[in-house]
Design a protein around this ligand. Structure first.
Ligand SMILES: C[S@@+](CC[C@H](N)C(=O)[O-])C[C@H]1O[C@@H](n2cnc3c(N)ncnc32)[C@H](O)[C@@H]1O
Length: 394
């Protein structure tokens, strides 16, 4: 077992929730607003594969020292075998969780590293701009992980950890999946692929077959295929089923080396308030969905309109949750989104969702908020588990 630091994305609680769901909270060593450290059995060669499945992690760092002796520690890691010793070896130093960057003399450490590499007979160049901490995007673009090294200095609760980056978020792949797919639909809203991955992971690791009852253009389904799941999608509109189908065929073509031959998808039109067991012969392991969030809007609606939206959605949510409860087994979780309006600096949350879930036979096990600065409607991500109470809809 080794220690690994995961640099968290913007919505840190949600990103941490994803990691806890996959690795188990018992393996969490420490966390703060920038990173989480877990004790794991992870081969270096498996790190990029893992990274590619984590929507909420920016990079994965293997901790190699926590003595706080920076130069000593840098010298020992720089003795590693570089694959390509010809040309200049690119390297970077990244600081995590240092609110006062002056705490670390990064300029000195960069020059120290360069000199040390020179003493080993290696020419090098660092990618840090203006002697400040390296950005993950720069590390990705300069292909530091394949060709050189990114050394991380991480301020923990009581230690300074030193670590080497093993994997970094593949920005090109996310952008391709988001913007190049044949069917996008502004009206149904755009679920970012990273958020779809996080939602799939929040349902745990034991999910072979996942179901999205509001599949729209199929983001959860395409991400599911990339994560080796069998996926089922339904939507009330034929047009959306057609869009999903096109996007699924596209991802299978474009990323065929990343999708297992055995992974299957199935799509059909269905109102999710009226699901029948006979439509689902396969066992569904998790329901992952961005359910209908209300009509698209370009400005904050009036209080009356917001209340009306919440009332309509309360009905829809109660009915589809009851309906899904009937067709799934008792350990089948749901990860869903409900809207929250952003009113100034605060949120107006969906009222009484806990009661709605309870009436449908579910309890909320986790709740997170996902918003972007430019959005009027934020998403609350809810993880639901079937309650053990008498409410059963079989
Ligand atoms: C927020 S969008 C989902 C977008 C999707 N995550 C994507 O990647 O494009 C909600 C979808 O729910 C569908 N919908 C609305 N009411 C429905 C119902 N009662 N049953 C099934 N689908 C419904 C809409 O047609 C729409 O495609």
């Amino acid at each position: 077992m080794n220690l690994f630091a995961f640099k968290l994305g913007r919505k840190t609680e949600l990103c941490l929730g994803e990691l806890e769901s996959i690795f188990g909270i018992k393996n969490l060593i420490e966390n703060n607003a920038e990173f989480a450290i877990f004790k794991l059995n992870l081969e270096d060669t498996e790190a990029q594969n893992l990274q590619n499945r984590l929507g909420g992690t920016i990079k994965i760092i293997k901790i190699f020292d926590s003595s706080g002796r920076l130069e000593e520690s840098i010298s020992s890691i720089l003795k590693k075998t570089f694959k390509d010793r010809s040309g200049k070896i690119p390297f970077a130093i990244s600081l995590l969780n240092f609110t006062n960057p002056k705490e670390i003399n990064i300029k000195h450490l960069l020059n120290f590293s360069k000199k040390f590499l020179k003493s080993l007979g290696l020419n090098s160049r660092f990618v840090n701009k203006d002697f400040s901490s390296a950005e993950s995007a720069t590390i990705f673009k300069a292909r530091i992980i394949e060709k050189g090294i990114d050394i991380n200095i991480i301020k923990g609760n009581s230690n300074i950890y030193m670590g080497e980056t093993l994997a970094v978020q593949d920005l090109d792949s996310y952008s391709k999946r988001d913007f190049d797919k044949p069917r996008r639909d502004m009206a149904t809203g755009m679920l970012p692929p990273k958020l779809a991955q996080i939602m799939i992971n929040l349902a745990g690791t034991d999910t072979k077959t996942i179901y999205d009852p509001f599949c729209g253009t199929g983001t959860i389904l395409t991400e599911g295929l990339l994560m080796d799941k069998n996926v089922i999608g339904t939507d009330i509109e034929q047009k959306m089923i057609d869009f999903s189908r096109e996007n699924l065929h596209w991802i299978k073509r474009e990323m065929k080396d990343k999708i297992k031959e055995t992974s299957r998808f199935r799509l059909f039109v269905k109102d999710s308030r009226f699901l029948n067991k006979t439509d689902f012969p396969e066992k569904i392991d998790a329901v992952i969905t961005e359910s209908y969030l209300g009509k698209p809007i370009s400005s904050l609606p009036s209080k009356e309109e917001r209340e009306k939206t919440f009332r309509e959605l309360a009905n829809l949510n109660l009915n589809w949750l009851i309906s899904v409860n009937k067709i799934t087994e008792k350990n089948c979780p749901i990860v869903t989104c409900i809207p929250a309006f952003k009113t100034g600096q605060t949120f107006e949350f969906f009222p009484h969702f806990e009661e709605i879930a309870k009436q449908a036979g579910y309890k909320i096990s986790h709740s997170f908020i996902y918003d972007r600065p430019d959005q009027i409607v934020a998403r609350e991500i809810k993880v639901l588990e079937k309650s053990q109470s008498k409410t059963q809809y079989h």
